[in-house]
Write a new protein. Structure first.
Length: 418
């Protein structure tokens, strides 16, 4: 029974959006108390969300333009960018039916939720969690990616993980189906990144200014805050097809020098890394693969942890050849730098299994076989002490030894990476 006046509004865009937030909060309170039936709330909220997007309009784009350019953003920047906020909400198996979990599960055991939803919440509530203090600054990954892509030899592609032409007779093009199998069978708790990506692939909200806050990770409570559309897409980076070998090695050398903080680092045309220092030179690579070697894809779980699961689902999604390889870097002390691991038939039960030892990789390998993925899994033993505290020359020597070990393993498999 409310009439909305059509006269021009003198309130600033931020103030108008705060009004929308207040209306949303009132509607949710009314639904909880029973004053508004759920089905009526759903219809009303869709109207409120549409009003919010309309209010934002061009003013939103102008206000957010400068904030989007900053490498490190503050809560004030987020205020200008976020128009509508969502959050992944899960309820614990042992919690009361109406208890919403806004903190990470217990760290001494894997806790499975019995309910997971993506819910619209007040923008201020999300920003308070993402920026707990006035001095909180967060890395803007989009700006970092833009800076990388400005180089003449790089390009990026946005690849949707949700496919409308999924082929049910095979797993190619079915990222979310593979991911769901791993999440359920590992099992992975709701705060794991692979779980949150899975939840996001089923979200339908894709409008500009819509942001989703993930579940907090660990005691620090850190959680990603990204546009809802970004959650269900993969960013693909590669060298331009017309780039020369000299351009590629020069660009790789510049990025390596920036990472190591040394202008002496360089990448040779053979792909090995060296430093322009006495006694430190790129060594000769292994002989080139034979012409009859079978082409495969190689996926390295660069972030460690659950990334070996993401790699598996991704290889299935792009239709990688049988025998393609997933490499899981980690801290386990093994006799060889690249080692096969035994299958783990038992479910994971301790959160530490996700980042210590080889249990996660063994369990992932076991599940992959059960769902028909014909991939090879290997553990890549990194020396974290060298990578964290070693000199530039020591880091490079260790990385080259890892690269040699991977190349040697591919030779033993009579395969070549495509």
């Amino acid at each position: 029974g409310t009439t909305v006046a059509s006269e021009p509004c003198d309130l600033k865009m931020e103030d108008r959006l705060r009004c929308v937030d207040s209306v949303t909060a009132l509607l949710k309170d009314a639904m909880r108390t029973g004053d508004v039936p759920p089905e009526v709330f759903t219809r009303l909220f869709k109207v409120v969300a549409k009003v919010a997007r309309s209010i934002a309009g061009q003013s939103y784009t102008v206000a957010a333009k400068e904030a989007r350019k900053r490498l490190y953003v503050t809560r004030e920047d987020a205020e200008a960018v976020v128009a509508q906020a969502y959050r992944i909400v899960f309820r614990n198996v042992n919690a009361a039916p109406d208890a919403q979990m806004s903190c990470a599960p217990a760290m001494d055991r894997i806790v499975m939720p019995y309910s997971v939803t993506i819910e619209a919440v007040r923008k201020q509530e999300v920003l308070q969690q993402a920026f707990p203090t006035e001095t909180t600054r967060r890395l803007n990954i989009a700006v970092l990616i833009d800076r990388i892509c400005q180089d003449e030899v790089w390009m990026s592609e946005i690849f949707p993980l949700k496919r409308t032409d999924a082929v049910w007779s095979c797993l190619s093009g079915c990222f979310e189906y593979c991911l769901e199998a791993f999440v359920r069978l590992l099992p992975a708790s709701a705060d794991k990144t692979i779980s949150q990506i899975l939840f996001a692939t089923f979200s339908t909200e894709q409008s500009i200014g819509s942001y989703m806050l993930g579940a907090p990770r660990g005691p620090s409570g850190k959680t990603p805050l990204m546009p809802t559309a970004v959650w269900s897409h993969a960013a693909i980076f590669t060298f331009r097809r017309d780039a020369t070998l000299e351009q590629i090695t020069a660009a790789a050398s510049r990025y390596l020098s920036a990472l190591l903080g040394s202008s002496a680092a360089e990448v040779s045309s053979s792909g090995r890394v060296g430093m322009r220092l006495p006694g430190v030179h790129p060594e000769s690579p292994l002989p080139p693969p034979s012409a009859d070697f079978r082409p495969i894809d190689v996926a390295i779980a660069a972030g460690g942890g659950s990334d070996c699961v993401t790699c598996s689902a991704w290889l299935a999604h792009i239709g990688a050849p049988r025998g393609s390889v997933v490499l899981q870097p980690g801290r386990a002390r093994l006799e060889e730098l690249v080692s096969a691991v035994p299958d783990l038939a038992q479910e994971l039960h301790d959160p530490k299994q996700f980042f210590e030892g080889t249990d996660l990789l063994g369990r992932t390998q076991y599940i992959a076989k059960r769902i028909g993925l014909e991939f090879e899994y290997f553990f890549l033993a990194q020396d974290k002490q060298i990578l964290a505290k070693g000199s530039g020359a020591e880091v490079i020597a260790h990385m080259n030894s890892l690269a040699d070990a991977v190349a040697a393993k591919l030779h033993s498999l009579q395969a070549t990476c495509v």
